[in-house]
Design a protein around this ligand. Sequence first.
Ligand code: ATP
Ligand code: MG
Length: 324
Amino acid sequence: MRVFSGIQPTGAIHIGNYLGAIKQFLALQEKAECVFSIVDLHAITIPYQPKELQKNILDAAVCYLAAGVNPEKSILFIQSSVKEHTELAWLLGTLCPIGDLLRMTQYKEKSKEFKETAGAGILNYPILMAADILLYKTDVVPVGKDQKQHVELTRTITRRFNKLFGKTFIEPEVKLLKAGAKIMALNNPRKKMSKSVPESCLYLFDEPDIIKKKIMSAVTDPGKQIKYDEIQKPGISNLLTIYSLFSGKTIKEVEKKFKNANYEKFKKSLAELLIDSLEPFRRKRKELLVREVYVKEILEQGRKKAQIIAQSTLQEVRQKMGLS
Ligand code: ATP
Ligand code: MG
């Protein structure tokens, strides 16, 4: 079984990235062939600072490793270092229905958010993502819920390709977690936590005082009860989900534990839980930050391994499409 997933070097990773995606990576790397990419070509579809991109890419690598991705078990590499991604994206773009691109939620949201600067990259993002996935003949794509639509579009492209050029790819399956697939923003529990909205994030590597401050000021709902109700109490429900996932207790057990508590008491306890749970990640990240040569070597080894698979797939695709 082959697994592919990516993370954009658009900033430090947050607990949503961890609970929705990276936690799955850690389980999957124990039993499948995993390919994880720092998707820099996706990251440049929104405004960015060229001078900072290299630093952000390295930072993303440190984040992956500190969160537990094991380079001896998984391939970890930078997307743009394997040129086959862009070539396959062009080829697949010729098969992708334009209407499908226009109805993608991420396109609608990001083109609105970056109205003045939005380029075609925001629209074509899912085509490049399809190329990322298919280049490794992927079976399973572990992601957060926001990316489900893009994997479904990859399946549409796969079917079209196979129909026109002969069976080449299997339709990749999206893998979501039952709980954690959509962690909501701390400043607005009706929107997802996103790296591109710093106020929304609790970062995996936030220091204890910052964790406390962010949790205590997280937006909650009218009322007093600590009760899970996504419609009426999206803020408390999100915090209950986070509590449950980091404590290993069910939501019901957490509700029971805080039956007589108010929001403040619950938040204090959640902040303490997070400070403790995230301590190993902070420590590991600090260790890795001073080992730049080691991290770069991991990425170079990853590039070599990824490229072997990518070149072989692209060669097959070129032949099937009549290009060589
Ligand atoms: P950006 O705002 O730059 O798009 P992001 O926070 O969405 O950043 P990505 O790098 O785009 O992060 O996504 C990395 C992985 O994390 C993807 O699998 C994505 O589905 C998942 N993910 C992102 N946000 C959340 C969230 N709030 N809850 C659960 N999973 C998430
Ligand atoms: Mg995203």
